[in-house]
Design a binder for this molecule. Structure first.
Ligand code: ATP
Ligand code: MG
Length: 424
């Protein structure tokens, strides 16, 4: 993409109406815009990151046999009454329709998915079923002061599984834990993310949260470094040792809940009268699990973790562009400026041809200093610089945003060198 055509600009100054670090830096770099507390627009750069996070999750959940669907955000009151959550879900946004009926903006989707799946499952041969979606969720959060970490409107991947019996659910649940680890690994968060034992509601002793250690985190966990497992502070009275090795040597840390998975038993299938015929011909309700991850919260988490004093430092898999190509405009010698531009245009085209995603700073009215500052703030993993000086050597300068390491590479070797960055 040509940066001269990108309508967003970077800014040196922190936005006045925002106190959370992730939102400040993402707003300064032109990734998001704030509409109101906990409500944000995803701008072109931010949307690319958000989509990449979603795609990593989608690929991994598809491997688990999840089938993607899309459920509505607008949901009728009766479905929430059927489960008793119309009155008990404290953050539910409720509204009246023109027909005097009442609705909720869905905060979660058990009330929608359960009756929908029930219409297609008749026999034990139809199970298990796993369906998921990426959907906007609405929650009337009291404290929406943490930028993307706590939206009133936010994105969630929610997966729901239905099983003939508890053993089958237990097996699937373990597979989801492995898949979640793989997702956080691909996001560059493996070292900081702990599977955390938390209160599980009525149907299992625990639910499992995935907690990423960060100062901005609103949760407190007690972590066992040996097992890479943790206990949430909220249940530490019940479980004061490592749930895996029993060690008492737990370290207190602040963390962000980036995922949460639950065994739901038959609460929702019972509520909607969802039964199937088991092998003996009896009508029984399936057992259910639900598995959430917040892509928008993850984007905020990545911004909290991957930055330095100059700006964002995106992990390669989720960067808005793999390469930021900068052409510098020499103040002198117009002819040289023209040559540099032509050469940089060609590099841009050549990289695109091999599938490398490039943001090309082709702006002619910006100084070198302004271009460097914008590039550091936006945080693409690789910066390619074309200047009068590099051109004199038929080369470009390739800089790693994370390490600062600089390599001088001949122009005719550049595509070969960078094509490993191609989007697969
Ligand atoms: P929290 O305890 O932080 O309020 P929760 O336990 O209510 O979160 P879940 O219902 O488990 O959240 O939602 C599944 C996932 O959705 C969470 O693990 C998180 O990644 C994401 N999520 C939940 N609430 C928000 C929010 N307000 N803004 C952004 N992401 C959220
Ligand atoms: Mg949770």
């Amino acid at each position: 993409m040509l940066q001269s055509k990108l309508f967003t600009k970077t800014s040196k100054d922190a936005p006045k109406d925002e106190t959370s670090f992730n939102a400040q830096i993402l707003m300064r770099a032109g990734f998001i815009d704030k509409l109101a507390a906990g409500i944000y627009t995803f701008l072109p750069l931010g949307l690319r990151v958000h989509e990449k996070i979603k795609n990593i999750i989608r690929q991994e959940i598809n491997l688990l046999g999840g089938q993607e669907i899309l459920m509505p955000a607008l949901t009728p009151k009766e479905n929430w009454q059927a489960t008793g959550r119309w009155d008990n879900f404290d953050v539910l946004f409720k509204l009246k329709g023109g027909d005097d009926k009442e609705y909720a903006l869905a905060a979660t989707h058990e009330e929608v998915v359960t009756p929908a799946v029930a219409k297609h499952v008749f026999s034990y041969r139809d199970l298990p079923v796993a369906v998921y979606q990426f959907q906007t969720k609405f929650r009337n959060e009291l404290r929406a002061k943490a930028g993307l970490l706590r939206g009133r409107e936010f994105s969630m991947k929610d997966l729901y599984s239905f099983h003939a019996d508890q053993t089958d659910l237990d097996k699937y649940y373990e597979q989801v834990i492995e898949t979640y680890h793989q997702i956080y690994r691909r996001l560059g968060l493996a070292d900081l993310t702990y599977v955390t034992y938390a209160s599980g509601g009525a149907f299992a002793k625990y639910s499992h949260e995935f907690q990423t250690v960060a100062e901005a985190g609103e949760d407190t966990i007690f972590a066992c470094e040996q097992c890479r497992a943790a206990v949430n502070k909220e249940i530490i009275d019940e479980q004061s040792t490592c749930p895996i090795c029993g060690s008492k040597d737990l370290v207190e840390k602040k963390a962000i809940e980036v995922g949460n998975i639950f065994k739901l038993g038959r609460k929702f299938t019972d509520a909607f009268g969802f039964t199937f015929k088991d092998a003996a011909g009896n009508d029984v309700p399936p057992v259910m699990g639900c598995y959430g991850i917040g892509p928008s919260r993850l984007m905020g988490t990545l911004a909290e973790i991957f930055h330095d004093e100059r700006g964002l430092v995106w992990p390669v898999e989720v960067a808005p562009f793999a390469v930021h190509l900068l052409s510098l405009n020499p103040a002198s010698a117009k002819a040289t400026a023209g040559e540099a531009r032509t050469m940089t245009d060609k590099i841009y085209q050549d990289l695109i041809k091999v599938g490398v995603e490039v943001l090309y700073d082709d702006r002619e009215d910006k100084s070198a200093g302004e271009k460097f500052a914008a590039s550091d703030l936006i945080g693409c993993p690789t910066r390619v610089l074309v200047s009068e000086k590099t051109l004199a050597e038929a080369s470009v300068e390739v800089k790693n945003r994370a390490t600062g390491e600089i390599k001088i590479i001949k122009i005719d070797e550049l595509v070969n060198e960078l094509k490993i960055l191609a989007n697969k």
